[in-house]
Design a protein around this ligand. Structure first.
Ligand SMILES: [Zn+2]
Length: 266
């Protein structure tokens, strides 16, 4: 067995889906070839990580019914088309072929869905965790604010002079959220603008970055702090604070969408 052949069978081998003879050839190749052995280890590590970290969702019965109906439709269409093209082809054979192809497609779509979900979940999870770490460090240290001002006409130019984007800066003091200043942070290896607000005795950090294509983190609690995110006015907004999740979510929405309704007093 050479590396090319081993590459074809590694996935099935890692899942235990190869016969005894092929298993023996692969094992022998893996002992001799470091490159393929590394790929094999990578597959095992990925599988372990998916099992340990991927969120598990039970598909609702309606989804199962819808998929079955969709598959039945596609299979019927494919079979009819195949019969029309080749009248002598045995229907069973075409049914089997189209079914096999569909199963292949479904497996690819599922793999893609799982990967995308896991990657988004990891990236967002990491963002939220890192944002909370930055927030708690800033609150405890004397690095909470680099430019102290409740005047957005001071804060905005200070940020635009240091970043290649210019985040909208709004003061919501009338609604109980006073802008107290700003600073620069590094979140996921990107420099970001952090707007600092005070609501009663609570500090709220809002990390603002140009709008991305990734999905936003779900509202959640990390080490006792709440995290909420919103997208709007060309920016991604990620807020961290110890205020209640509802208030934090309303506040970050309010920042992201200037046409949103004022936050009602508690
Ligand atoms: Zn090899």
């Amino acid at each position: 067995m050479n590396c090319h052949e081993a590459g074809i069978w590694l996935g099935a081998y890692a899942d235990g889906h190869v016969g005894a003879l092929r298993r023996y050839s692969i094992q022998r190749h893996l002992r001799a070839c470091t490159g393929c052995a590394v790929k094999h280890q990578g597959l095992l590590a990925l599988r372990a990580r998916l099992r340990a970290e991927a969120p598990y969702f039970k598909a609702p019965p309606e989804l199962r019914a819808r998929l079955q109906a969709r598959f039945a439709d596609t299979r019927a269409t494919t079979t009819l088309a195949a019969r029309a093209q080749s009248p002598r082809a045995r229907p069973d054979q075409w049914l089997w072929l189209s079914g096999g192809a569909l199963a292949g497609c479904a497996a690819s779509v599922l793999a893609w869905l799982v990967t995308t979900t896991v990657v988004n979940w990891r990236v967002n999870g990491d963002r939220a965790v890192e944002a909370v770490a930055i927030h708690s460090r800033a609150v405890l240290s004397d690095r909470l604010i680099q430019v102290a001002s409740s005047d957005r006409h001071t804060v905005k130019p200070w940020l635009s002079a240091r970043l290649d984007y210019s985040p909208p800066v709004r003061d919501l003091a009338a609604e109980g959220f006073t802008l107290i200043g700003s600073r620069l942070d590094t979140l996921r290896e990107q420099q970001v603008a952090t707007l600092v607000y005070r609501h009663r005795q609570h500090i709220i950090d809002v990390f603002v970055e140009p709008e991305s294509t990734r999905s936003l983190p779900e509202p959640r609690s990390v080490r006792g702090f709440n995290v909420a995110a919103a997208r709007g006015t060309g920016m991604d907004w990620l807020a961290v604070s110890d205020i209640s999740p509802d208030v934090l979510t309303a506040f970050v929405q309010r920042l992201a969408d200037e046409h949103s309704r004022p936050i009602p007093p508690e």
